[in-house]
Design a protein. Structure first.
Length: 143
């Protein structure tokens, strides 16, 4: 069973804008990444497996939303291994209806590697949210 730490409404609140069409999939993928990043952390859970302490649950929710916002901004789709099939538009003309895509940047090996890494790596903001809540595996426990 995959735990999902945030809902589409949480993402809308976090970003201040409408959720992307694939928000449900992104929230699920981000939640799995959060679970993996905190696998060695110590925190209480409820019967469903969610963090039982309100502060920790909120951190998981916020980190999940931060990760999704990062992916959306970076144009990364983690369900496809970070590969984006849409090349950025390099130029367009209105007169004869021409659109030209810039495949040099989006198709480069460096861009591919960066997107693949971003699809499987916790972004800085999500890490900081978890770290400040004390749920990153650091070997130090509070309380």
């Amino acid at each position: 069973m995959v735990l999902v730490y945030a809902a589409t409404s949480d993402l809308t609140t976090w970003t201040g804008g409408p959720p992307p069409a694939n928000a449900t999939q992104l929230l699920r993928s981000a939640s799995m990444l959060i679970t993996s990043a905190t696998v060695a952390s110590v925190y209480g859970v409820d019967d469903a497996g969610l963090p039982s302490e309100a502060k920790v649950l909120q951190a998981f929710k916020d980190a999940t939303c931060a990760q999704v916002a990062y992916w959306v901004t970076a144009g990364v789709d983690p369900t496809g291994g970070g590969i984006s099939t849409a090349a950025p538009v390099r130029g367009k003309r209105l007169g004869s209806g021409s659109v030209e895509y810039d495949t040099a940047v989006s198709g480069s090996v460096t861009a591919f590697q960066a997107k693949r890494a971003a699809a499987a790596t916790l972004c800085a903001e999500a890490f900081m949210v978890l770290h400040q809540a004390g749920v990153t595996p650091s070997g130090v426990q509070r309380g």
